[in-house]
Ligand binder design. Structure first.
Ligand SMILES: Cc1ncc(COP(=O)(O)O)c(C=O)c1O
Length: 388
C-alpha cells in the first residue's frame, strides 16, 4: 500500500496530541442519548413496512435511480413527494436533495453571486460553511443568535463599501435549532429585520423538523413565518429517521437550483426505496401515532429541563427547549473522561470536542428521544451531576 504523505501524517499526529483524534465508534447497546432519531422513526416497523407497500403500489421495484434526476433518475414518486412537501410546508415549491449536506452545499455555492454578501451565524453547520466557501459572494459571520451584532456587521459592510456599489443581494443564514447547542435565534426579530430591509433569510430547520410545529413542520411554521423566508432547508436524516433533504422556496428558486446547483445536477438521484421511506415517514408523522411520539418527546424535554433545575445544574447547561441538550465541560480531555464514565454505566452520551466546537466550549451533547423513559432521563442527569 502506498504510504500516506508525511504532511498528512503530521496532521494526524497533531490530532492525537490535542486529544481530538476521531475514530469510528463500535456499535453498542447503550441507552440512546446520542442519535438524531428523536422520534424513533429509524426503528419504526410501521414506517418500514409502509415503505414496501408504497414501492409496490407505485410499481417502483428497482434498486437505484439509474442516473441524475436531469437524465434518467427522475421518477413519479419523486415529483409526487415534492408536491406533497410543498403542501405540508405551505410553500410554492420544494426540491429534494440526496442529503442535508448536499442541499446546503448546492444552495450556497449556487445562489449568492459575486457582488452579493452572506452573513452567517458563527455556529452555523459545516455544510453551510462549505457551501459558502464555494460561493463567489463575500461572507461575514455574526455572533451567535445576536441580532444586534448582525446589524452592526451589515452596517460595517455597507460603510466599508462607500466607493463601491451596494451589495446586490444580502443573504442572512441561521439555523432554527442549532445542531451543537440546541438553542434557537429570535426568528420573529430576524424576519422583521430582513423583511424591512429586503434581505433574503435562509433557515436550516434540520433539528426542528418533527420537534416543533403543529404537525412537526418545524419552528418556522410553528411561528407562522414561512411567507417571509427566502429558503428553508429541511433534512430527513434526523427526526424523520431516514435520509435526504429538501430546499423549500419559490417556483423560480426551484428552477434556478435545477439549472445551477451542482450537488443536485451532478449526482445520481436517490433510489425509490429512499423516496418511499421519506413519504412513509411523513405519513406516520401526521398520524395519531406520530402525534403521540411528538408529545412524548415534548414531555421528555420539559421533564429533563425540570430535572436540570432540581439538580441545580443550570449553570452547566445551554438553555434549550429542543431535543438537543448540551452540558459544557471545557477541555477535550475532561469532557472525554466524563463521557467515558457515563458510557461505562450503559448510557450512550457523546462528547463534542474542539475543533468541532470552539476551544473552551467542549461539551457533552445529550439528544433526547420520545422513547427515553423518565427513569433514564433522571439517571443520566444524576450521574452527570456526580461527575461535574
Ligand atoms: C444543521 C444541519 N444542517 C445540515 C446537516 C446535514 O444533514 P445530512 O445529515 O442530511 O447531510 C446537519 C447534519 O448534521 C445539520 O445538523
Amino acid at each position: 500500500m502506498p504510504k500516506l504523505p508525511k504532511n498528512l501524517l503530521i496532521k494526524l499526529e497533531n490530532r492525537k496530541e490535542n486529544n481530538s483524534f476521531r475514530q469510528l465508534p463500535n456499535p453498542n447497546n447503550r441507552i440512546d442519548f446520542s442519535s438524531n432519531d428523536y422520534l424513533g422513526f429509524a426503528i419504526n416497523e410501521t414506517i418500514y413496512s409502509d415503505t414496501f407497500k408504497l414501492i409496490l403500489k407505485n410499481g417502483a421495484s428497482q434498486n437505484g435511480a439509474t442516473g441524475s434526476r436531469l437524465l434518467s433518475g427522475n421518477y413519479l414518486m419523486y415529483t409526487e413527494l415534492e408536491e406533497y412537501l410543498a403542501e405540508f410546508y405551505a410553500c410554492e415549491s420544494t426540491l429534494v436533495f440526496n442529503s442535508g449536506y448536499d442541499a446546503n452545499l448546492g444552495f450556497f455555492s449556487a445562489v449568492p453571486q459575486r457582488g452579493d454578501v452572506i452573513f452567517y451565524d458563527e455556529y452555523i453547520h459545516a455544510s453551510i460553511r462549505d457551501g459558502i466557501q464555494l460561493s463567489n459572494a463575500k461572507n461575514y459571520k455574526f455572533k451567535h443568535n445576536d441580532l444586534e451584532d448582525l446589524i452592526k456587521a451589515i452596517e460595517r459592510c455597507r460603510n466599508g463599501n462607500v466607493n463601491q456599489a451596494e451589495p446586490a443581494e444580502v443573504y442572512i443564514v441561521t439555523e432554527s435549532v442549532f445542531s451543537m447547542d440546541g438553542d434557537s435565534p429570535d426568528l420573529e426579530a430576524l424576519v422583521n429585520y430582513s423583511r424591512k430591509n429586503n434581505y433574503n433569510l435562509v433557515i436550516d430547520e434540520a433539528h426542528a423538523l418533527g420537534v416543533f410545529g403543529l404537525n412537526g413542520e418545524g419552528l418556522v411554521q410553528q411561528k407562522n413565518l414561512q411567507k417571509d423566508i427566502f429558503a428553508r432547508i429541511v433534512t430527513f436524516g434526523k427526526a424523520l429517521g431516514c435520509h435526504g433533504a429538501a430546499i423549500l422556496g419559490s417556483e423560480k428558486l426551484k428552477d434556478y437550483l435545477v439549472n445551477f446547483s451542482r450537488s443536485f445536477i451532478y449526482t445520481t438521484g436517490l433510489p425509490p426505496h429512499s423516496i418511499a421511506t421519506i413519504k412513509a415517514a411523513f405519513s406516520y408523522l401526521i398520524s395519531q401515532e406520530g402525534k403521540e411520539a411528538r408529545l412524548k418527546l415534548e414531555d421528555n424535554i420539559v421533564f429533563f429541563n425540570k430535572k436540570i433545575q432540581d439538580l441545580k445544574m443550570n449553570d452547566f447547561f445551554i438553555p434549550s427547549s429542543s431535543a438537543i441538550q448540551c452540558c459544557l465541560i471545557p477541555g477535550n480531555t475532561k469532557v472525554k473522561k466524563v463521557a467515558a464514565k457515563i458510557q461505562e454505566k450503559g448510557f450512550n452520551v457523546r462528547p463534542i470536542l474542539s475543533p468541532t466546537v470552539p476551544e473552551g466550549e467542549e461539551r457533552l451533547r445529550l439528544c433526547l428521544h420520545s422513547y427515553n423513559s423518565k427513569e433514564e432521563l433522571g439517571l443520566v442527569l444524576q450521574l452527570l451531576s456526580s461527575y461535574l
